[in-house]
Design a protein around this ligand. Structure first.
Ligand code: NAD
Length: 316
């Protein structure tokens, strides 16, 4: 598995990352033994990056991931763990007091002494000035205390990243996690890459399957896309299937093609999905992407290209 550098952190992440939100049962129930076997196979296949949050399944994802990592019995410096703070089942709280308590709770659930990356989770739902003036300085103290090695911010609207990065001291935010903005149906993250590179900020591209839109079985009930976008993606999936091709493999490969993106963070809930996503990366490295299938899918999705959905505080 190819490793890529993460901004100025000195970390090298596998180009396929293990998104552990499904381990919190957010895409259907996942038996614990399947979760543990998936993490084990992922690690054995060269995936060294695992992402979770206290929000996923109301702490279930962190607990299960912690158990699965422990079961690996591998040296701690051989895997990279990121978790988040500020978003919980009970709601949002980015206060210094809450995020400071949050990391202690996360470390306990993860059975770890430190995480590699601690990220403010979905910052568009609260005041971005609070993130700049209160949350990031609190995380800086946690970094100094050795609770996390690096600091990140996550969310859907791309404007949140420039707002925060333009206002914090250089080097205080190491990483951004963007989701659903570098996949076949929406590639708007691309325009932000030169800015992020100029700041030395590492780029994690999550949800390459657009949270299930680019799968044969389709998205979960809660998916926020418009009916128009959902049906266009299902038409694209059906077209691939008819030709004996798989939309999810194509979608993974599309995201992996851009080497400025350090890791493509895909939600994984089974051994089979580990195998499929690792195979997508391996095949891309040896044979390249199926250009014909990609062009067909792009044509089907053309009328919904870059369509997104509202998230967080809406400006009138
Ligand atoms: P995704 O686009 O990765 O899609 C996940 C869905 O696709 C799940 O149902 C999964 O079981 C399924 N899947 C995975 N591989 C497949 C394959 N090869 N074929 C068919 N189906 C497959 O969306 P996601 O899980 O939301 O995002 C990935 C990860 O990124 C999350 O688990 C989380 O760690 C992170 N993330 C973070 C944020 C944030 O911080 N705000 C937001 C979204 C995602």
């Amino acid at each position: 598995m190819e490793l890529r550098p993460l901004g100025n952190t000195g970390l090298n992440l596998s180009c396929v990352g293990f998104g552990a939100s499904p381990l919190g049962n957010v895409f259907g129930d996942v038996p614990e033994e399947d979760a543990i076997a998936s993490v084990r196979l992922a690690f054995q296949s060269g995936i060294n990056f695992f992402d979770t949050s206290p929000y996923y399944g109301g702490t279930v994802s962190e607990k299960v991931l912690g158990k699965a990592l422990k079961a690996l019995g591998a040296p701690r410096n051989e895997y990279i763990v990121s978790t988040k703070c500020g978003r919980y089942k009970e709601g949002f709280d980015f206060s210094a007091e809450r995020v400071t308590r949050s990391i202690e709770e996360s470390l306990q659930r993860l059975q770890l002494d430190y995480v590699d990356i601690l990220q403010c989770h979905d910052i568009e739902f609260e005041s971005l000035d609070q993130i700049v003036n209160e949350t990031i300085p609190a995380l800086q103290k946690l970094k100094e205390a050795g609770k996390t090695r690096f600091i990140g911010i996550t969310g859907l609207p791309l404007s949140i990243f420039t707002y925060v990065l333009d206002r914090v001291p250089p080097g205080s935010v190491d990483v951004i996690l963007s989701y659903c903005h570098y996949c076949i149906n929406d590639s708007t993250l691309e325009d932000l890459i030169p800015y992020l590179k100029s700041k030395g900020v590492g780029i994690i591209n999550a949800s390459p399957l657009s949270m299930g839109l680019l799968t044969e079985s389709g998205p979960p009930q809660w998916h926020p896309a418009s009916p128009e976008l959902k049906s266009a993606c299902q038409a694209a999936a059906a077209c691939c299937k008819k030709k004996g091709k798989n939309i999810s493999k194509l979608a993974m490969q599309y995201s992996l093609l851009n080497k400025d993106i350090t890791t493509v963070l895909v939600g994984i809930k089974s051994v089979e999905q580990v195998e499929q996503n690792v195979a997508a990366a391996t095949e891309l490295a040896t044979s390249g992407i199926d250009q014909e299938a990609l062009s067909e899918v792009e044509t089907i999705l053309n009328h919904v290209k870059n369509q997104t959905w509202p998230s967080g505080i809406q400006k009138n």
